[in-house]
Design a protein around this ligand. Structure first.
Ligand code: FAD
Length: 357
């Protein structure tokens, strides 16, 4: 089976590939693409200073082999804070201080940067090796598999974005899609594509689970018309009848942590994910660090929604998200949604192209 032939029910979900492809292309992707351009959703607060707690030895963080550094140009819109509550899944300190920058994501698209080699490799290796421990039997339990698939799915999405917006010719500064890279890194591995769908549905489930909260949240950027637009698009996304009919439960989180070691396992996996979040401080190219941090932060928000809040309607433990978490969650879902659309559009032609070689 190659990536262009994926069909049937997606693992751990009640939705099938065909339905997800059509809902994504017709409904979710168009809404998300608009939502991320609104004033509220286009600014992400981030500490871009490279503060790597690992590998202090070689200054990889200061690598300047990348063609891109982050454009910090802001327009006049202010960033109005929400309350800051700690997320046990991530390692970021959200307190405002001099090291925090507000980045306009629209000016800094995720794409090829030239970041490669030992530094990039070491981070992916650390993420996969340190954070996918096996049971003594050699088997991974279901919760560990979920963590692995989330990371692998995110990795696929990053690779798809690199391939979709690639520097094809350095001399003429020509940018475009690189189908060979897309095939070599993702499409030739059906598991990597499956994990992309898994991560997408996981994040989508988190968003819909938090829908009451997100519908009532204050999208205040200081531009009233823009904020009304953000609120209306958010409502269209969360209460979409097509989505509710065709894929009502994108991921069933209730099946996890049920074994007798559930609470300890949750703590262990939480620690592993915090470790992944710290590794983002070691990414040696600034723009990659921006998107790496944003997307891991968004995954942390999804994990928090699905697994830390026992019952969203329980007054004793109400769901609370940072403004920055909501921004990360929506931008992450948009990136995953773009990747699904690109895979769906390109898979057959890429397979044909590679068959012809
Ligand atoms: P890599 O993508 O580095 O993969 C390393 C190894 O991981 C592979 O050999 C394979 O064994 C395994 N692997 C690959 N994909 C998967 C998967 N989906 N699931 C499971 N295992 C897998 N570069 C940019 O140009 N732009 C960016 O925005 C960017 N962002 C980055 C963000 C982060 C957090 C990191 C760590 C790196 C980023 N990079 C970025 C670098 C980029 O991801 C690659 O590391 C680099 O392009 C070199 O690619 P590669 O072909 O050596 O394989």
């Amino acid at each position: 089976q190659d990536s262009s032939e994926l069909s049937g029910i997606i693992e751990d979900s009640c939705c099938d590939y065909e339905t997800v492809n059509s809902i994504n292309a017709e409904v979710l992707n168009p809404i998300l693409e608009q939502l991320v351009t609104t004033s509220f959703f286009r600014y992400f607060k981030v500490k871009l200073w490279c503060d790597c707690p690992f590998w202090l030895d070689d200054g990889m963080c200061m690598l300047r082999d990348c063609s891109d550094t982050v454009d910090r140009t802001l327009d006049t819109k202010t960033f109005r804070g929400w309350i800051a509550v700690d997320n046990p899944w991530t390692n970021d300190d959200e307190t405002d201080n001099d090291e925090m920058t507000y980045v306009n994501l629209l000016l800094n698209p995720e794409r090829y940067t030239g970041y490669t080699g030992a530094s990039a490799r070491r981070i992916w290796d650390a993420i996969y090796m340190d954070n996918s421990p096996k049971q003594p039997s050699g088997e991974s339990c279901q919760e560990e598999k979920v963590l692995y698939k989330l990371i692998s799915g995110l990795h696929s999405s990053i690779s798809i974005h690199i391939a979709a917006d690639y520097l094809l010719d350095v001399k003429t500064n020509q940018w475009g899609e690189n189908l060979q890279v897309m095939y070599d890194r993702v499409l030739r591995y059906p598991d990597r594509v499956k994990n992309l769908y898994f991560t997408y549905l996981f994040v989508l489930r988190a968003l819909t689970k938090a829908s009451d909260y997100l519908e009532q949240a204050e999208y205040d950027s200081g531009d009233h018309a823009e904020d009304l637009k953000a609120q209306s698009l958010m409502r269209q996304l969360l209460k979409n009848p097509k989505l509710q009919d065709a894929c009502p439960l994108p991921f069933d989180e209730a099946k996890l942590w049920q074994g007798k070691n559930g609470p300890e396992l949750k703590q262990q996996i939480q620690k592993q994910f915090r470790n992944i979040s710290s590794l983002m401080d070691c990414v040696g190219c600034e723009k990659c660090r921006l998107w790496g941090k944003l997307q891991v932060f968004g995954l942390g928000a999804a994990l928090n929604i699905l697994f830390s809040v026992e019952d969203i309607h329980n007054k004793a433990q109400p769901l609370q998200l940072h403004r920055n978490e909501v921004i990360a969650l929506v931008n992450l879902l948009n990136k995953l949604s773009e990747s699904i659309r690109i895979v769906n559009e390109k898979a057959s032609s890429v397979e044909r192209l590679m068959d012809g070689l």
